[in-house]
Design a protein around this ligand. Structure first.
Ligand code: C5P
Length: 222
């Protein structure tokens, strides 16, 4: 059976990682969370007090940085220079800073190269903002997930409450809308649907329904 590449793009909190993980598991493919890579660099920039506006400094920092996505029993773990930073990269400071870091051209070029290497042999489900447009333009299946800002904020809120994290719905809405703006308006590889991507509005769909839709697109291609 042919091992294909699956690109899943869309705005913040549209459910990309949740469905990407399900699809990867069903196919026994590798799941690559590219947002986690930008988050890991952002975390390192914050702890090393690198200015987030300093493109050259960030590019140099990334050049000396090892980012690994490893699958463990407790799910995907993110390692920064050998240290597990899986939970740290989800904190509010990183979430509020990552779009600025990800807007730099030289940072993106390095990240895209790393991501393309991970996908060399196919058998990957990769989620992000520019996978179908730049990282894997030849992916056999491209999906663009969307959902209303309200729905996405609600989902994040539920998730936070379940985990026992403090959560403010109004703030989440503002944060998600802000990140949408940053990611869609930046000059380099802005968030947009690839011409050949299939758009799925998940506002009224369950996670399982979205995963099934993607699986049926995959079945057509393998
Ligand atoms: O997917 P996640 O919300 O973790 O991504 C965090 C941020 O990383 C996004 O808001 C975006 O600024 C950036 N990103 C990107 N390109 C990707 C993945 C993420 O610019 N392929």
């Amino acid at each position: 059976e042919k091992k294909i590449s699956i690109a899943i793009d869309g705005p913040a909190a549209a459910g990309k990682s949740t469905v990407a993980k399900i699809v990867a598991e069903k196919l026994t493919y590798i799941y690559v969370d590219t947002g986690a890579m930008y988050r890991a660099l952002t975390y390192k920039a914050l702890i090393t007090q690198t200015m987030l506006s300093d493109e050259a400094a960030l590019a140099k920092l990334l050049d000396n940085t090892k980012i690994e996505l490893r699958t463990a029993e407790n799910g995907q773990r993110v390692f920064l220079d050998g240290n597990d930073v899986t939970s740290e990269i989800r904190n509010n400071q990183v979430t509020g800073s990552v779009s600025e870091v990800a807007a730099h051209k030289s940072v993106r070029e390095d990240m895209v190269r790393r991501q393309q290497i991970m996908a060399l042999n196919g058998g990957v489900v990769m989620d992000g903002r520019d996978i179908g447009t730049h990282v894997l333009p030849n992916a056999e299946v491209k999906v663009f997930l969307i959902a209303s800002v309200n729905e996405r904020a609600e989902r994040r809120h539920q998730e936070n409450c379940k985990k026992g994290f403090p959560s403010d719905l109004a703030k989440l809405k503002e944060e998600i809308a802000q990140r949408d703006r940053w990611d869609s308006e930046r000059a380099v590889s802005p968030l947009r649907k690839a011409d050949d991507a299939v758009e799925i509005d998940t506002t009224c769909l369950s996670i399982q329904q979205v995963a099934e839709k993607i699986m049926s697109l995959v079945t057509e291609r393998i």
